[in-house]
Structure formats: C-alpha cells, structure tokens
Design a protein around this ligand. Sequence first.
Ligand SMILES: C[S@@+](CC[C@H](N)C(=O)[O-])C[C@H]1O[C@@H](n2cnc3c(N)ncnc32)[C@H](O)[C@@H]1O
Length: 153
Amino acid sequence: MKLVAIGRLKAGPERDLFERYAARLRPALDVVELNPSKGSAKEQKRRDAAELLGACPENALVVALDEGGKTPDSSRFAGMMSRWQESGRPVHFIIGGAEGLDRSVIERADAVISLGALTWPHMLVRVMLAEQVFRAQAINSGHPYHRTSRPDD
Ligand SMILES: C[S@@+](CC[C@H](N)C(=O)[O-])C[C@H]1O[C@@H](n2cnc3c(N)ncnc32)[C@H](O)[C@@H]1O
C-alpha cells in the first residue's frame, strides 16, 4: 500500500501520531511525498495532479481522499479495504495539496473517500487515514480495537 501526498510532514505531533498508526499497519503503508507546485490555484491543481498520478502505476487501485467523496462508516470502509486488497492491485491513497485535487485525479480514482464534509489540513488527513486503515485491519482480523456499539445498543 502506498500513500501519495502533496507536502512534507515535518517533525512534530502530526508526524508522531501518523507514525504511531503507520507502524501498526500490515501490509505497511509506504509514503511518497511530493513538493507542492507553484502558480495559480488552477495551475497548482493541474501540476499536483500530474505528479500525484505520475506516482501511481497503471495497475494501481487509486483511492482519492476528497471531501466530496463517499462517507462510509468504519465497518464499510473495512469491507472496501478487504475488496481492494483481494483485487491484487497495489492500493494507492492520494491526498491533495492546499488547492485540493484536480478533476483528473477524481476521474482516475477507483474510489473517492471523504472523511466528512469539513475541510481538514492534509497532515491531519494523513493521521486520520492511517488510523482508519489500522481500524479496518483490526475489524477484518477480528481484533477488539474497534467497538461497534452505538448509543441505543
Ligand atoms: C487542505 S485540503 C484541500 C482543500 C481544498 N480547498 C479542497 O477543496 O479540497 C488538502 C487535502 O486534504 C484532503 N482532505 C481535506 N479534507 C478532507 C475530507 N473532509 N475528506 C477527505 N479528504 C480531505 C484532500 O485530499 C485535500 O485535497
């Protein structure tokens, strides 16, 4: 599995937290960090998209993180993760830069996942993604990390 992202995660609490979850992932999540591009917002999006998609091989199963995507709950996300892994294709998660993702990334993506309608900074999106991938792996392996109970249960 790979995470392809615009921007570098500097030393600090976000990186510590990301590494804490990432260290628990099997298979591991390799990170490819790309420099943010310059230019107008439109140019940045287009250039970032070329870099992001260029880092994904043709057979990659691309999962774009975008607030306009699907909002599965953690159990559904775990089901998606297990189908993606069974496909045998290398899963590549994509996180955009300050201007967000270009339409070409959304169109190439095999799935577009939202972490809710709020806009999050890219470094927190990395942390939340790593935690949810870990949670999905826990659900799929029957590990008690995830509790399903809701208020009315
Ligand atoms: C600072 S946000 C970009 C905001 C940008 N204005 C936009 O419209 O997407 C940077 C990246 O974080 C990810 N991101 C931010 N909020 C998200 C959310 N609620 N769900 C999924 N991904 C999110 C996306 O990949 C986005 O491209």
